[in-house]
Design a protein around this ligand. Structure first.
Ligand code: SAM
Length: 298
């Protein structure tokens, strides 16, 4: 049995950073409320890449920023009973749900461990490192990406999925434009979860970060997928005002946002009503990068 299988926390972690505190205090409850939208939407992107992942039976894999743990459970089925998966996240609320869901599966080859990936990850333990929309929140992306590389054995592979530009992701950016018609942009000292969803959208910049973090054989593939942003208009408005770029503007505006809530909700309703619908609800376009790389063989 390796160290991480018995741990609740990655060793070498200090006090929580302001970003980790933000995930635990502010975003955790909001994400839990909209889990039905988030998991569905994010899964559209991981489903496209899972069949291509360089994962073999018996591998040891780490899922960084694993959230509620569904991708870790999926990886656990891919590596089989002789493999192991460690899901690592900095938010206790998500890990609690992940551990509960794990208990219901009967899988014996998964553990969920608390840790800030920017601070430290287990070293040279894994054949494969994965992150679905977890790396864009690294305040120091090179440090986080380097820790992920160092968590790999020599020659180990990593895959992360990140959002492409705001223009390619109207499901996240459209509502912000609407909200900014009524409220000021967040100030420099706004509390945040890190750089945010689009911080890894620029291919040359991210390629450079990954090179500096020590990776080789870096490839980018574009994934486009429609995502459900709410069962109905009310659900979609509540989601947009709670999470993501529009949610940040609304949250930071405080009392002014509450005063203008009726007008803002009316504007969002009009904008959302122009979107497509299917049997699951309101649907908008989204676009991600499937980024793959390797830790040098040594
Ligand atoms: C957008 S969510 C994605 C969650 C999950 N991977 C999924 O696809 O459902 C980002 C996740 O990254 C986690 N996270 C953010 N910064 C982190 C860090 N520095 N170390 C570990 N986890 C982090 C958050 O707590 C959150 O669960």
């Amino acid at each position: 049995m390796t160290q991480t299988e018995t741990l609740q926390q990655v060793p070498g972690q200090g006090a929580d950073s302001e970003f980790v505190q933000f995930w635990n205090e502010v975003l955790g409850p909001k994400f839990n409320r909209f889990r039905h939208i988030l998991v569905g939407g994010l899964t559209r992107h991981s489903e496209a890449v899972f069949p291509k992942l360089p994962v073999r039976e018996g591998d040891r894999a780490v899922d960084v920023g694993c959230g509620w743990g569904d991708t870790a459970l999926k990886l656990a089925r891919m590596v089989g009973p002789d493999g192991q998966v460690v899901g690592i996240d900095c938010c206790d609320m998500f890990l609690e749900i992940a551990r509960k869901d794990l208990a219901e599966t009967g899988l014996k080859n998964v553990s969920f461990v608390r840790g800030d990936a920017e601070v430290a990850l287990p070293e040279a333990e894994f054949d494969f490192a994965f992150a679905r929309f977890g790396t864009m929140f690294f305040a120091n992306p090179v440090a986080g990406l380097r820790n992920m590389r160092k968590s790999l054995k020599p020659g180990g592979r990593m895959v992360h999925i990140v959002w492409r530009s705001p223009e390619d992701n109207p499901w996240l950016s459209m509502a912000k434009q609407e909200v900014l018609r009524f409220l000021p942009p967040p100030g420099e000292d706004a509390r945040t979860c890190g750089p945010g969803p689009f911080s890894m959208s620029d291919e040359p910049t991210v390629r450079k970060m990954m090179e500096i973090a020590g990776y080789e054989d870096i490839t980018f593939e574009r994934i486009d997928a429609p995502v459900m942003i709410g069962h109905d208009v009310k659900d979609a408005i509540a989601f947009q005002l709670a999470i993501g770029p529009a949610g940040e503007v609304f949250r930071e505006a405080g009392a002014e946002a509450e005063e203008k809530r009726t007008q803002i909700e009316a504007a969002l309703e009009e904008a959302i009503n122009r979107q497509k619908r299917d049997s699951d609800g309101i649907v908008m376009d989204s676009s991600s990068w499937f980024i793959s790389a390797r830790n040098p063989a040594g």
